[in-house]
Design a protein around this ligand. Structure first.
Ligand code: GDP
Length: 475
């Protein structure tokens, strides 16, 4: 995007007129306020004996947060509930939310925004509402570290199960402490001690047995000992001495986002540092915008969101993705620049990895309605083979997929053929010819399917088979 002539002159410390003269000598007539492209910036700087490097907005706006100790204030814990399916994660969260609402703002009804806040003895706990491991793993894969404590739900009548172990492994990998909620103690077959014993094998050891894990026995269904769960989380959080700087521009992660019919793009973010206000300019992944309103989990508009607060942001220009980082910017142009560059790069990356059609996935593509034409590039040793193939294709039933020969020629498969195939989403058919030069490597890189045959009928048969496979079995 470059910079203006005036700004460039200032940056490299030369009189603006000198820059204009240089530009003029290169055939570029620009005024002070006009913009020089990146190429021109590098060229002129080099010409004037300055070394400049044009950095991407991503680099330009990269930040490392560093807070002085005295700026750090205690903050509430953020908790995720995990455990095997049907062990009671959802029930426990519901029970906790009910308890919490009673203790929280009067008259509030918890909205499903992806996170909720409860209070116990005047202390806040934030729960990420999406139970399960996928959400957690997906967030972690994107570098988002949002959880301080994991509540591991284990049904007392069922014990340690595969997803229990998985949750333990996730918690360990993320170095997040585990509080165990032994659930369903109301059930006749409940055996909490067996759960303790089984967990020891996986390194989750109760405090009373000399370990570091706090255990609570609960019944989510009968609302038994729900307060204990909350108190235990607070105890665990106290050990962690969680802190954050509230007096900074806000940053954190997107927990959930969607397009709301009435309100437009809505993102629930978890503030991790600083304080977020309406009117702030925010970048979240590839989205940006000025915060029109902040809505808390009780559906109320708020004027600020502090560290560990989940809050809905209204006013973004598009819907970000869960796990995206969000950050407040001073300048709307900077925010837009960064968001747009990210969006552009995301689109490029998507195009790069988009694989082209192959005979193997031809029918699944047609079934999905993604493929109505099959483009072919035919290379052969003699012209006669090309003609024979063309005739055979013309006789084929083309009602489901139209076969187009976008290019045919005598000779080996070249890099140009691969480029053409990539551009036109075509399969390359070779008769008694081979890929030459680097075309094979290039085809692998660009995910272009090359099929080599020695006999014509074999080629026809294979393409027919792929095509016949498209027909649904009931026809
Ligand atoms: P999730 O898959 O881990 O979210 O589990 P759910 O919360 O959906 O619970 C699975 C089933 O167990 C549901 O039928 C619940 O009613 C039942 N359940 C959950 N907690 C308890 C409990 O404390 N006692 C009893 N008896 N049943 C429970």
């Amino acid at each position: 995007q470059g910079t203006t002539v005036a700004k460039f002159a200032e940056l490299i410390g030369v009189p603006p007129n000198d820059v204009i003269k240089r530009l003029f000598m290169l055939g570029q007539v620009l005024t002070l306020t006009q913009s020089m492209g990146d190429d021109l910036v590098e060229l002129i700087a080099d010409d004037m004996g300055r070394k400049v490097r044009v950095v991407s907005p991503e680099e330009e706006y990269a930040v490392v947060y560093h807070d002085k100790d005295e700026d750090l204030k205690p903050r509430p814990p953020v908790v995720t509930v995990m455990g095997h399916v049907d062990h009671g994660k959802t029930s426990l969260l519901d029970a906790i939310r009910d308890t919490g609402v009673a203790a929280g703002e009067a008259g509030g009804i918890t909205q499903h925004i992806g996170a909720s806040v409860v209070e116990i003895d005047g202390k806040q706990i934030t729960f990420i509402d999406t139970p399960g491991h996928e959400a957690f793993t997906a967030m972690r894969a994107r570098g988002a570290q949002v959880t301080d404590v994991i509540v591991l739900v284990v049904a007392a009548d069922d014990g340690v199960m595969p997803q229990t172990v998985e949750a333990i492994n996730h918690a360990k990998a993320a170095e997040v402490p585990i509080v165990v909620a032994v659930n369903k103690i109301d059930k006749p077959g409940a055996n909490p001690d067996r759960v303790r014993q089984e967990l020891v094998e996986y390194g989750v050891i109760p405090e009373e047995w000399g370990g570091t894990n706090m255990f609570v026995e609960v019944s989510a269904k009968q609302r038994l000992h729900i307060d204990d769960v909350l108190e235990t989380i607070i105890l665990q959080a106290d050990v962690l001495e969680l802190k954050a700087n509230p007096d900074a521009e806000a940053s954190g992660f997107v927990i959930e986002a969607n397009l709301d019919k009435g309100r437009g793009p809505v993102a629930t973010v978890l503030v991790q540092r600083g304080t977020l206000h309406p009117g702030d300019i925010v970048v979240a992944g590839t989205s940006y915008g000025r915060v029109r309103a902040l809505v808390n989990p009780l559906g109320k508009h708020v004027d600020e969101a502090y560290p560990a607060d989940p809050v809905e942001i209204l006013g973004l220009n598009s819907v970000p993705v869960a796990g995206d980082e969000f950050r407040v910017f001073d300048d709307e142009r900077d925010a837009r620049k960064l968001a747009e560059e990210r969006a552009l790069r995301a689109r490029l990356a998507e195009q790069e990895t988009k694989s082209h059609v192959s005979l193997d996935d031809l029918f699944s593509r047609i079934e999905e309605g993604k493929q109505t034409d099959l483009n072919l590039i035919v290379k052969a040793d003699v012209q006669g083979s090309i003609e024979a193939l063309r005739d055979a294709f013309e006789k084929m039933d083309q009602s489901e997929v139209r076969i187009n020969i976008v290019h045919s020629a005598v000779g080996g498969i070249t890099e140009t053929d691969v480029t053409l195939a990539s551009a036109s989403d075509a399969i390359i058919i070779g008769f008694n010819v081979r890929p030459t030069g680097k075309s094979k490597v290039q085809a692998e890189k660009e995910k272009v399917d090359i099929r080599l045959y020695r006999v014509i009928y074999q080629a026809i048969e294979e393409i027919n088979a792929a095509r016949v496979g498209l027909l649904s079995p009931d026809i």
